[in-house]
Design a protein around this ligand. Structure first.
Ligand code: 13P
Length: 254
């Protein structure tokens, strides 16, 4: 049985270092009590360094929310994959819909995934449709998005990719997507991944769901949606909600 994976995407929160440290401390304590679940926190860059524990880097792993695809040089405001890796970062979220909305094309996403895996970290590749239509054309769009976002990624890197299915309409919403729909769509996402790489790689890959997950709906989505974990936004900086979410996920037997 492989462990579940819960990744907290803090987005642009909180406002102070003290608050960030507090969230990290509470999350690490909660993560230390889990048996079946790995936990990753992805704070904004300015808090990443203080989130990494030199003494205990495994109980709560740390990820970043963004990365440059350039190696180094004159790129004002950018942070390279090597910088993150050398700091102790193990995961990077790539292709989030909020980054896509501010200009990231599939090709740019693909370059970022490549930079992350080549630096020796895991890429959390986000995909998801903007809207759902009755006819199912969104599935074609989802397929294209995933394929194109993987276009520059060598097959040897497949094991370092975590898929995060995040329907854009369910992000920051009142309710998550229905668990049954999550089941169907994540099977589809895994199938596309299998077509791009191999069935073997696809069976081993972790497929997460993201979009309005909280401590109330986490258990049901795990059971019915059969996902390998979650990419959590708001609830990941909301204590004690996130601690309850972690407990709910950990209680689900495979
Ligand atoms: P919410 O959990 O706040 O809906 O955000 C989801 C998300 O975008 C995680 O990456």
């Amino acid at each position: 049985m492989s462990k579940k994976l819960i990744i907290g995407n803090w987005k642009m929160n909180p406002s102070t270092l003290d608050e960030a440290k507090n969230i990290i401390r509470k999350t690490r304590t909660a993560a230390g009590k889990l048996h079946n679940t790995n936990v990753v926190a992805c704070p904004p860059f300015v808090f990443v360094f203080s989130a990494i524990s030199k003494r205990d880097p495994d109980t709560l792993e740390v990820g970043a929310q963004a990365v440059s695809f350039e190696e180094d040089g004159p790129h004002t405001g950018e942070v390279s994959a090597a910088m993150l890796k050398n700091l102790g970062v193990r995961y990077v979220i790539v292709g989030h819909s909020e980054e896509r909305a501010s200009g990231d094309t599939d090709d740019v996403v693909s370059k970022r995934v490549k930079a992350v895996v080549e630096a020796g970290m895991k890429a959390v590749l986000c995909v998801g449709e903007k809207v759902r239509d009755e006819g199912g054309t969104y599935l074609e769009a989802l397929k294209d998005q995933l394929r194109n976002s993987l276009a520059r990624v060598p097959a040897t890197a497949a094991k370092n990719i975590i898929l995060a299915y995040e329907p854009v309409w369910a992000i920051g919403a009142q309710e998550a997507m229905q668990a049954q729909q999550i089941l169907e769509t994540t099977i589809f996402v895994r199938k596309v991944f299998s077509d791009v790489f191999s069935q073997n790689q696809a069976m081993k890959a972790l497929v997460l769901y993201g979009g309005s997950v909280n401590f109330r709906n986490a258990h049901e989505i795990m059971i019915i949606g059969k996902v390998d974990g979650f990419l959590v936004g708001r609830e990941s900086v909301n204590m004690p909600g996130f601690v309850e979410l972690l407990k709910a996920v950990d209680a689900v037997a495979d």
